[in-house]
Ligand binder design. Structure first.
Ligand code: NAD
Ligand code: ZN
Ligand code: ZN
Length: 389
């Protein structure tokens, strides 16, 4: 089959690779009909995630048709059309019972290595390095889906791929980020990053009753989408002093909640970027991560800082005294996607949210190298790419 394969930093190719096979009785094989490139894939692309190996198949946002099921998968049959959540979860461990699917303790065979290298062990994730289990990803013609009796959700008749594909990740991610904000009538929420996750965080904050959402980025096209489609008030961080502007817009108090939908590599800060090492060696203070630090400092006393943006390893210069003395609440995590798929599917069916609005590019899986290039380097025009094998 054809699949998008990681060959090194900024080197994704479409290769011929062996078809996946059922290994465990709870596996299914999905024939992919649509798959997307995520901001998280850029962390792999830019080389910020260790334990990627040449030949690894990438991609964790995908959907398609069941073409084979293991003997213990009774809820799915050949021909079913499904969306697959990006975290792999067993459905029955302590954490799955708490609906904390992205920290399932039974789905990452490399948990011990991750613990040693990173100090934490996430659940298995499709196509996301050996630290998250080394599973082959979904930017491919076929994918093996472990615990297929737990994760995939069947798509009702009448919905297109583009309406439901993002249930796999970014729609639940934006929603969980907003849900974490304890939104009440009158709440003002500020969102750093107007990528797809930021757009869905803005839209979800309104669904949950926010009075006003202020969105921050520097790309005109992303800011335009935030304004015209997601209905936010926007700020360009290259043009205004964000801290001062947010104060002024909230009567001097600061937003009730702040969402960091930027994450690490936008700052070159995965493990601690070369930029910062050089600055430190020169004895200079590092000024990153900009968005997270701004979010923490801007949030009103007693407010919530919600962090869907992905970080790995250690982050320096976090103003912890301010967090403590201003009674801030911090909420973060890889999204517990399974928890949100059904309720969000219902919202899509009712027309309350249309996830397809973020798609700017559609292409063949064969064009994945071009897709990665423009999603990484032309973020103004390229907001979300959907690929068809
Ligand atoms: P993206 O790269 O498309 O968007 C990031 C945006 O942040 C860009 O528009 C960029 O211009 C903006 N940005 C950079 N620096 C900024 C700053 N200082 N202030 C304001 N904006 C700034 O990515 P995406 O797909 O929208 O994903 C966003 C983040 O969410 C990534 O870190 C991704 O890994 C993460 N993510 C997390 C989960 C999860 O489970 N928690 C799931 C999906 C994605
Ligand atoms: Zn993702
Ligand atoms: Zn589990």
């Amino acid at each position: 089959m054809r699949a998008a394969v990681w060959h090194g930093k900024r080197d994704v190719r479409v290769d011929n690779v062996p078809d996946p096979e059922i290994i465990n009785p709870r596996d299914a094989i999905v024939k992919v009909s649509s798959t997307a490139i995520c901001g998280s894939d850029l962390h792999l692309y830019n080389g910020f995630v260790p334990t990627m190996e040449k030949g690894d198949i990438i991609g964790h946002e995908f959907m398609g048709e069941i073409v084979e099921v293991g003997s213990e998968v009774r809820n799915l049959k050949i021909g079913d059309r499904v969306v697959v959540p990006f975290p792999i979860a067993c459905g029955s461990c302590f954490f799955c019972n708490e609906q904390l699917y992205s920290v399932c303790e039974n789905s990452n065979p490399n948990a011990a290595m991750a613990e040693k290298m990173w100090g934490h062990s996430p659940s298995g994730i499709f196509g996301y390095s050996h630290l998250t289990g080394g599973y082959a990803g979904g930017q491919a013609e076929y994918v093996r889906v472990p615990f297929a009796d737990v994760g995939p959700i069947k798509v009702p008749e009448g919905l297109t791929d583009e309406q439901v594909l993002f249930l796999s990740d970014i729609l639940p991610t934006g929603y969980m980020a907003a849900e974490a904000c304890d939104i009440k009538p009158g709440s003002v929420v500020a969102v750093w990053g107007c990528g797809p996750v930021g757009q869905f965080a803005i839209q979800s904050a309104y669904l949950l009753g926010a009075e006003r959402v202020i969105a921050i980025d520097r790309f005109p096209e992303r800011l335009r989408m935030a304004r015209e489609i997601s209905k936010a008030v926007t700020l360009d961080y290259e043009e205004v002093d964000i801290a001062a502007a947010l104060k002024e817009m909230t009567g001097g108090r600061g937003p009730d909640a702040c969402i960091d939908a930027v994450g690490m590599e936008a700052h070159g800060m995965g493990m601690m970027g070369a930029y910062d090492r050089v600055k430190q060696a020169m004895g200079a203070e590092t000024d990153r991560p900009v968005a997270l630090r701004q979010a923490l400092m801007a949030c009103r006393n007693g407010g919530v800082v919600s962090i869907p943006g992905v970080y790995g390893g250690f982050l320096d210069k976090i103003p912890f005294g301010s967090i403590m003395n201003r009674s801030l609440t911090i909420r973060t995590g890889q999204t517990h996607v399974h928890r949100y798929m059904r309720p969000l599917l219902e919202r899509i069916q009712k027309g309350e949210i249309d996830p397809s609005v973020v798609i700017t590019h559609r292409m063949s899986l064969n064009d994945a190298p071009h897709g990665y290039d423009i999603f990484c380097n032309k973020q103004d025009e390229c907001i979300k790419i959907v690929m068809k094998p």
